[in-house]
Ligand binder design. Structure first.
Ligand code: GLA
Length: 398
């Protein structure tokens, strides 16, 4: 069996201390504070956010940290401990779709969107990033970055004090869409900024209103399986799924698929019969919305088996109807269940990244071992594992 790699949570105080010290050297003076924002897993409700539907993510204890000092000259200096030597320096006013490019766009993009409210001059900053959300694992490390920066700028720029966390989340969505060029529907940013510790967050993506849902299965853990697979098609496929949903809306004469939620499914699908692929996409979205609400009910009843069943049904629907899974995610799910998980599914956008498994406490090693063995048997790169606990939202840590 390949060696299992567990990704631990960083200690806030230690990270803040080290980051403050390094920032002072790198940026040539003391920073004003350190902020952190978490990555996420989504328990259920995938590819529903941009359809005005329901989803149920929770914040990870793994977070991205930023040490920040405000500047009064409208300039940005951005560096990361994970990208040593690669820094970006420029003005807020020049930030746009191709500038700065790469990961720095998630920082600069937030400053640039916020600058629409208070002017570019007010949003200058020196920023040193330290990411502890596994990168490229489909755990929203990018939202963790944009959200930590948004909260830092909000706290440091008095003219932004009127913005609440929902405003900051939509700022981050715009920064990711418009500056970083990353398609995202709002789930990740909402949970990173607005999570409730110990709870999952039921998000109604019609208006991004939230209901905290207590985690009622203390004798079960959520095991995250980072498959280490990244299929480069992901971005184009995400866009094509969104486009299919928009086509369905125009055929159905609605602004969002949420408007046909609750209408007889067969009737809706019948109206889409001319395009079986679009009909399958819609079947996923509408059945997934129902599974989210069913899973919330199952959690309230502490029915672990039903939670697991719904996770499995969600995975099947994403694999067969929405077609966003991949062999690595399918194998992770199958081998986790074979190894003793109550249920498992892919989480996030798909085409690689992570799966999650609901595992009776104490059986994590066995489940992880089953997955690791299955991957090794195929000659695939060893997956990484972490246990996910519903954690706190973005905050200032010093
Ligand atoms: C990505 C996006 C989210 C959401 C998921 C799929 O994580 O950033 O907005 O659409 O995919 O549920």
């Amino acid at each position: 069996m390949s060696e299992l790699i567990w990704t631990p949570t960083a200690d806030d105080e230690q990270v803040a201390e080290a980051l403050t010290e390094e920032a002072a050297g790198l940026l040539g003076g003391p920073v004003q504070g350190v902020w952190a924002a978490p990555g996420r897993v989504n328990l259920i409700g995938e590819h529903t956010d941009y359809n005005g539907g329901w989803c149920l993510p929770f914040a990870l204890s793994h977070r991205t940290y930023v040490a920040v000092r405000r500047r009064d000259d409208g300039r940005l200096r951005i560096a990361s401990r994970q990208a040593s030597g690669q820094a970006w320096e420029g003005s807020v006013a020049e930030v746009g779709p191709a500038t700065p490019g790469g990961w720095a766009s998630y920082v600069a993009g937030v400053a640039s969107v916020l600058a629409e409210r208070v002017g570019a001059q007010a949003l200058g900053a020196d920023v040193l990033v330290d990411g502890h959300v596994p990168l490229g694992a489909g755990l929203s490390s990018s939202a963790a970055l944009s959200c930590s920066v948004a909260l830092a700028l909000h706290d440091l720029v008095p003219e932004l004090s009127g913005l609440d966390r929902a405003d900051l989340a939509s700022t981050c969505v715009r920064a990711e869409n418009e500056v970083a060029g990353a398609a995202t529907g709002g789930m990740d940013q909402s949970v990173s900024l607005r999570a409730v510790d110990g709870h999952a967050l039921l998000i109604d993506c019609r208006d991004f209103s939230l209901t905290p849902v207590a985690w009622t299965l203390p004798d079960h853990d959520v095991l995250v399986i980072d498959t280490r697979a990244h299929h480069s098609l992901a971005d184009g496929q995400y866009a094509s799924r969104r486009a299919a949903c928009e086509r369905a809306c125009s055929v159905l004469g609605v602004a969002s698929l949420r408007e046909v939620d609750g209408v007889d499914l067969e009737e809706v699908l019948g109206r889409l019969a001319d395009d079986p692929e679009v009909a399958r996409r819609v079947r996923h979205v509408l059945t997934e919305n129902a599974r989210v609400l069913d899973l919330v009910a199952a959690l309230a009843e502490r029915e672990a088996a039903e939670v697991g069943r719904l996770m499995g049904a969600s995975h099947d629907s994403l694999r067969d109807d929405y077609e966003v899974s991949c062999p690595e995610l399918d194998l992770a799910v199958e081998s986790a269940v074979a190894g003793g998980a109550v249920g498992a599914r892919m989480t996030g956008g798909g085409f690689g990244g992570s799966a999650i498994a609901l595992v009776p406490r104490g059986q994590e090693e066995g489940v992880a071992g089953s997955v690791a063995t299955a991957f090794a048997d195929r000659g695939w790169e060893a997956p990484h594992f972490l246990t996910a606990t519903p954690s706190a939202p973005a905050c200032r840590v010093r």
